[in-house]
Design a binder for this molecule. Structure first.
Ligand SMILES: C[S@@+](CC[C@H](N)C(=O)[O-])C[C@H]1O[C@@H](n2cnc3c(N)ncnc32)[C@H](O)[C@@H]1O
Length: 230
């Protein structure tokens, strides 16, 4: 019998598969002013990952991949959904240093282990609290010691508490999302603080760096992977 958490994970995969052709437009990624609003976040990502061999998790339709590709040595852009990867292929087909690969963020064993950097945008918020260690261990198993990791996600900028928000038994926020055709999905969407991010990475990371970017309504969090001596 699947647990409640498993059901949210499945709903999340289906929601983004169904949203794939609409995704970039719904995020404003086809408008220059929306792209300009993310300038500081993009600058932060580039500064952390410049020249590296990078693993991208939950790359989706590849908007961020395409912004980072000119600045990284190589990128392996992974996602669990073939539908989102098909969208990414349309924009990244010509980028010679990008490889698209299907991979589950909770089990990245099929991905090359030699990455010197990693990132994910709008992924952390969807990871159930109980699965954060599984994700981080999977990710850190695919990077070299000393690799730099960057997570970027959204700030909760509502100026009053949303009383309609539900929480599950782990304390994850549950949001109802709708798509055309009267389709609805329940997904997890968390808004961690800097303190919570540092605590989740814990002993796995060092040298944290945090950016709180109100104009873009986003946070970015970077750290270096610490490897215990064998
Ligand atoms: C909010 S979208 C972000 C996409 C992309 N990073 C961007 O910002 O444009 C979340 C992505 O997570 C992917 N996803 C969902 N569950 C996943 C899993 N278990 N492993 C890897 N990717 C997953 C979805 O297919 C979707 O592309």
């Amino acid at each position: 019998v699947p647990s409640a958490t498993d059901r949210f994970l499945e709903g999340m995969v289906r929601y983004y598969a169904d949203r794939a052709p609409l995704y970039d437009r719904s995020m404003g990624y086809d408008r220059p002013e929306a792209i300009a609003a993310h300038a500081r976040i993009v600058e932060f990502l580039i500064a952390q990952l410049r020249g590296k061999d990078v693993l991208e998790v939950a790359a989706g339709p590849g908007f961020w991949t395409s912004l980072l590709a000119p600045h990284c040595r190589t990128i392996v852009a992974t996602d669990v959904n073939a539908a989102t990867q098909a969208e990414a292929r349309k924009k990244l087909g010509a980028a010679g240093n990008v490889t698209l690969q299907l991979a589950d963020a909770y089990d990245l064993t099929n991905v090359r282990p030699t990455n010197t950097g990693a990132f994910a945008v709008d992924w952390w918020s969807h990871v159930p609290k109980s699965k954060l260690p599984v994700f981080l261990d999977a990710l850190h198993g695919r990077v070299a010691a000393g690799a730099r990791v960057v997570m970027v996600d959204q700030l909760d900028t509502r100026d009053h508490p949303d009383l309609s928000v539900r929480r599950d038994h782990e304390g994850n926020k549950i949001e109802v999302r709708r798509l055309p055709g009267d389709r609805s999905y329940e997904i997890i969407k968390n808004y961690p603080t800097e303190v919570e991010l540092v605590a989740s990475v814990g002993e796995r990371g060092q040298d944290p760096s945090y950016l709180h970017d109100l104009p873009a309504s986003r946070w970015a969090f970077a750290y270096t992977v610490r490897r215990a001596p064998l």
